[in-house]
Design a protein around this ligand. Structure first.
Ligand SMILES: N[C@@H](CCC(=O)N[C@@H](CS)C(=O)NCC(=O)O)C(=O)O
Length: 283
């Protein structure tokens, strides 16, 4: 698997780099960004936090707006940010160009329905192909954690809950916590997975958290978020965790909205949370 370097910038003693590669899973060229902390300059292998972004995003939003580099550099954590959908000529998009389906809105599922199934296999891409690529080409260990925002918060929770052996910890900002019961999730799952709602459940964090588990989870939700009531539903996630005894920490943050201003305010807490679990496991 070959990588093409697109950009490279030194920051906080480490390096932010963007790459392109041809994805066998998604059958198209994909871009991702990686932050390599200063510790990697000495050849040290560091753990990786995978960051999954929300609707309309690319690999760039988090890297440019979250302010995560200082803490990642200090803690010795690499961060990898993939794109949010397959892209390019021949990749299906919503016929009306809607922002919440198709390009920029892959929802981290493996689509089973035409015309999406050909390229929209973001679950397998993020779970398998991308970590394999990262672990083959960069000075990183196989210790992984996952975090994300909104649609990416949903993706992070679902990946970690379904694959506890692959992630030491999971966190999310404003996740779409119960997609089977909100308009964004229902629209996407119907298109990508079809009418049979039984197939949706493996991609619903509330459903999965209700089944129990032990991967430490931290969720931050702004109380001033416009999408809170209709789309995000953290209260459903909390109720499922309480029922199953799942170790979820849900923090409601007064006044914060859905934007990267919110994420930037608490990203250091998330990095420290992951560092604690990553380093415990790799010790
Ligand atoms: N465009 C949509 C919402 C899109 C949106 O809020 N996207 C979030 C993730 S769900 C985001 O991170 N946007 C890009 C950014 O803020 O950099 C709307 O206006 O209703």
């Amino acid at each position: 698997m070959s990588l093409e370097l697109l950009s490279s910038n030194k920051t906080f003693g480490g390096w932010h780099k963007q790459y392109q590669h041809v994805s066998a899973t998604l059958k198209c060229a994909m871009r991702f960004a990686i932050y390599l902390p200063p510790a990697t300059a000495d050849g040290a292998k560091v753990p990786v936090l995978y960051w999954l972004s929300g609707l309309t995003c690319t690999d760039e939003n988090f890297m440019q707006k979250a302010g995560a580099f200082r803490a990642a550099a200090e803690l010795g954590i690499a961060i990898v940010a993939p794109d949010t959908s397959p892209r390019g000529e021949g990749v299906a998009d919503d016929p009306d160009g809607a922002y919440d389906l198709g390009l920029g809105a892959g929802f981290y599922v493996n689509a089973t329905q035409a015309p999406w199934a050909e390229h929209y296999q973001m679950y397998d891409y993020v779970l398998q192909e991308l970590p394999e690529l990262i672990e083959q080409h960069f000075p990183v260990s196989s210790q992984r954690s996952v975090s994300g925002h909104s649609m990416g918060g949903h993706g992070a929770l679902v990946l970690a809950l379904n694959n506890p052996e692959r992630f030491s910890s999971v966190s999310a900002f404003s996740p779409i916590a119960n997609p089977v019961n909100c308009p964004w999730g229902q629209k996407a799952f119907k298109a990508y997975l079809g009418e049979d709602r039984d197939t949706w459940r493996a991609y619903d964090a509330t459903e999965l958290m209700g089944q129990g588990g032990s991967t430490p989870a931290l969720v931050d939700q702004g109380e001033g978020d416009n999408f809170l009531t209709e789309q995000l539903k953290p209260e459903a996630l909390k109720a499922a965790a309480d029922k199953s005894g799942y170790p979820l920490t849900l923090r409601l943050q007064p006044g914060y909205d859905h934007s990267y201003y919110f994420i930037a305010s608490f990203i250091d807490d998330h990095l420290r949370f992951h560092a604690q679990h990553l380093h415990l496991h790799s010790a």
